[in-house]
Design a protein around this ligand. Structure first.
Ligand code: PGA
Length: 255
């Protein structure tokens, strides 16, 4: 048995506008009753808007990326200190779209996650294999190559048996495609991730770490995915842009 609280996280990607964000956020607030954790991840310019809209509300918010550097001559980058000024408590790092389109290596992802933790911001670290890698039987080696640098770097910041880190397993072939991993396929990889955490960090930390599933989660398939023992919620893309769909997923996580 575990006491991990489910987390439903909405990754808006490069979508939204001042008007659309407000309607979306107001639409999901009634579902955020504390039974499960809920967060939304907006493009950088909207952090101030979400800080205002979500003040005192039961929904956390965050950014979709951050710099691996603290400050300086890094044109276009946003530092963790800047995120914190806007009340950010969580940040997505290593999303497959960042790895693919911005050549982010697992070492850079590990550095970002570690910087976030050191600054009191919870990283949601994304990992996942491509279809080709799955078909070539490389799921375990790909996950290991993405996860191990993160564990090595971030385990330095475990304090009192706790680290504020969330993992999101997102098979690349399921992101935005409408093809979801079956609950069994997802559970198999989640269990493998937890086993790796246990081997490197011990039972207690492995059991307390939340592992989200991401990739075409919708209100209609969320409940059966979230019912699996090692799946602690979801990282939601497309369906996070509709308050009805996102609310339905929150309800599925509530059980
Ligand atoms: P999707 O995206 O739900 O649209 O598949 C998930 C993600 O990229 O986090």
């Amino acid at each position: 048995m575990t006491n991990r609280k489910k987390l439903v996280a909405g990754n808006w990607k490069m979508n939204g506008s001042l008007d659309a964000n407000e309607a979306l956020v107001l639409g999901i607030l009634p579902e955020a009753d504390g039974a499960v954790d809920v967060s939304v991840f907006c493009p950088f310019p909207y952090l101030g808007q979400l800080q205002r809209l979500l003040k005192g509300a039961g929904v956390q918010f965050g950014a979709q990326d951050m710099s691996a550097h603290l400050s300086g001559a890094y044109t276009g980058e946003v530092s963790v200190a800047m995120l914190k000024e806007f009340g950010v408590s969580q940040v997505i790092v290593g999303h497959s779209e960042r790895r693919t389109y911005h050549a982010e290596s697992s070492d850079i992802v590990a550095k970002k996650a570690s910087l976030a933790i050191q600054n009191g911001v919870t990283p949601i670290v994304c990992l996942g294999e491509t279809l080709g890698q799955r078909e070539a039987g490389q799921v375990e080696s790909v996950i290991a190559s993405q996860l191990d640098p993160v564990i090595a770097e971030c385990s330095k910041f475990v304090s009192d048996g706790v680290w504020n880190l969330v993992i999101a397993y997102e098979p690349v072939w399921a992101i935005g495609t409408g093809v979801t991993a079956s609950p069994e396929q997802a559970q198999e990889v989640h269990a493998m991730i937890r086993q790796r955490l246990q081997a490197m960090l011990g039972e207690a930390l492995a059991q307390s770490t939340r592992i989200l599933y991401g990739g075409s989660v919708k209100p209609g398939n969320a409940a059966e995915i979230f019912a699996k023992v090692d799946i602690d919620g979801g990282l939601i893309g497309g369906a996070a842009l509709s308050s009805d769909d996102f609310s339905g997923i929150i309800r599925a996580a509530r059980g």
